[in-house]
Design a protein around this ligand. Structure first.
Ligand code: SAM
Length: 272
């Protein structure tokens, strides 16, 4: 049982629904009809309960999106008549932001993935640190990273981004600092260091002023619930990180990650 577009069906505007689809569905980028896969068709028909004529935006999560309307729904799947295509730029901040995060326990990490995606983060690098209690068995890390990418892709879809942030498997902090030291285009590295809480001389604004030119690629480093060990702060400083205070109050790890991301997007990105 299904329904087909009676020709030039009136396109109902219930607001445009965004659906993440495999990249190959948008590879051609030319107007015409595409058929959604089984999973996406089920989502459109039975979860979103969309009907023929509804406006829809298909996103590949890598920066390409296709706009159109549903032209048919039946047991062979959902077909979409695509009329125009777009690239990610409009919804992406001019500031390229990477967050290295001391791996917090349980649902907090899922929350950080979701919220920093909405805030426009480009890359999330979970780190094993001395005081961090989380260690994921190596044989499970790929599946966990895949799950985090699903959370990020859904958050990107919901916030209108057609690009989901890159999320790596967890690595020891030392290894991450070493790997990043070989990346050529990083303008600024900032570490939220709670030992500076309230110390007025290490405000974020001053660290940004000290860089002179306007940074466009920034790495943020935030600790886990147990904070950083002094030797980790020293190692970060050796790798070019500037330690900054986020004010006098001690923030939870997830709060600090949100605050840092928001402040940078406000000062250097596209938030206000
Ligand atoms: N040492 C903290 C304590 O006494 O509870 C534990 C770490 S805090 C819960 C988690 C992380 O948030 C810290 O490692 C740091 O990166 C960041 N953070 C929290 N409050 C901060 C502040 N006022 N200034 C700078 N960073 C802060």
């Amino acid at each position: 049982m299904g329904s087909k577009d009676p020709g030039k069906g009136k396109h109902k505007s219930k607001g445009t629904r965004r659906i993440v689809v495999p990249a190959d569905l948008l590879a051609v980028m030319s107007p015409g009809e595409v058929t959604l896969g089984r999973r996406e068709s089920h989502y459109v028909r039975h979860v979103l309960r969309m009907t023929v004529g509804d406006d829809v935006e298909l996103m590949d999560g890598l920066g390409t999106s296709g706009h159109g309307h549903i032209s048919a729904l039946d047991d062979c799947g959902v077909r979409v008549e695509l009329t125009e295509f777009g690239q990610a730029s409009a919804m992406e901040s001019p500031l390229k932001l990477t967050l290295i995060m001391g791996m917090p326990k349980g649902p907090r990490w899922d929350f950080i993935v979701q919220k920093t995606t909405e805030l426009g983060i480009d890359r999330l690098l979970p780190a094993y640190t001395k005081h961090g209690e989380v260690r994921i068995p190596p044989e499970k890390t790929a599946a966990r990273a895949h799950r985090w990418t699903r959370i990020a892709t859904e958050a990107a879809r919901q916030s209108g981004r057609s690009v989901a942030p890159e999320i790596d498997i967890p690595r020891p902090l030392e290894q991450l600092l070493e790997l990043l030291s070989h990346e050529p285009d990083i303008d600024l590295k900032l570490m939220a260091w709670e030992s500076l809480a309230g110390k007025p001389n290490r405000k974020l604004g001053e660290a940004l002023l000290a860089t002179g030119a306007r940074p466009s690629h920034v790495i943020l480093l935030v600790g886990p619930e147990g904070g950083f060990a002094p030797e980790e702060a020293a190692l970060a400083a050796e790798h070019g990180f500037t330690a900054v205070s986020l004010g006098p109050r001690i923030l939870r790890a997830e709060t600090a990650a949100m605050a840092m991301t928001t402040l940078l997007q406000h000062i250097l990105g596209d938030m206000g």
